[in-house]
Design a protein around this ligand. Structure first.
Ligand SMILES: [Zn+2]
Length: 221
């Protein structure tokens, strides 16, 4: 059993930009006799499943290593709070259904976790706020690397929400929504549905029905 492996790069920001490169062809590194997860029913509307590739993790919880390297000591607790809220935001929104299984295990110690999230000391390409590199086979996600820039809201009350919102968009890619929603109202639109106009809103309310139903499509078969 073999499958091609692709690496996609996603940028989030005022100038959102997508680059695609095929980097390798490798054997499927997963046991073929393990049945994939079925966490949801297919077909819930609205969704933008026809506008994106959908991939999935074979099992949960998924380990994630968070490296807050350049963040000063005085801001570490706030950064941890915001990033962790964003990592768990999809499970929070879906807590009565698939959210119970859709879990990440966060570590701040270097390890071989399949997902890494690191804060960049400098600006990202195209001034993006976040980038996710996703590596996957025909169906299954192998690993993901998230890079975030430092928040523009470090000296404001919106820092936690801004970090949660940005992180949650990138986690949407990590969970398997490969491409962006065509609707600017969705969290998974290219620029995200957050910013000054939504900075007062609870981050979980910015995951739309369309975002959540699209994720359900990735785990329904
Ligand atoms: Zn994105």
């Amino acid at each position: 059993m073999s499958a091609s492996s692709f690496r996609f790069r996603y940028l989030l920001g005022l100038l959102c930009h997508i680059a695609l490169a095929q980097v390798a062809c490798t054997p499927l590194p997963l046991s073929p006799d393990r049945a994939p997860l079925i966490l949801a029913d297919c077909g819930a509307q609205p969704n933008f499943a026809s506008a994106t590739q959908l991939k999935r993790w074979q099992s949960f919880p998924v380990d994630i290593y968070v490296d807050l390297g350049p963040i000063p000591e005085t801001l570490l607790d706030v950064y941890r709070e915001g990033v962790e809220r964003g990592i768990h935001l999809w499970a929070e929104a879906l807590q009565r259904t698939m959210g119970r299984l859709l879990q990440f295990r966060v570590s701040y110690s270097p390890n071989a976790a399949p997902v890494t999230l690191s804060l960049s000391a400098g600006p990202l390409l195209e001034n993006a706020m976040g980038i996710t590199e996703l590596t996957f086979t025909d169906e299954l996600i192998v690993n993901a690397k998230i890079k975030l820039t430092r928040s523009h809201y470090e000296r404001t009350p919106f820092l936690v929400n801004d970090l949660a919102n940005t992180t949650a968009h990138e986690i949407g890619h990590v969970l398997g929504i490969v491409d962006h929603s065509p609707s600017s109202e969705d969290k998974m639109s290219a620029a995200g549905n957050f910013g000054v106009h939504n900075q007062d809103q609870d981050p979980v309310s910015l995951l739309t029905a369309s975002d959540l139903n699209t994720l359900r499509e990735a785990y329904c078969r």
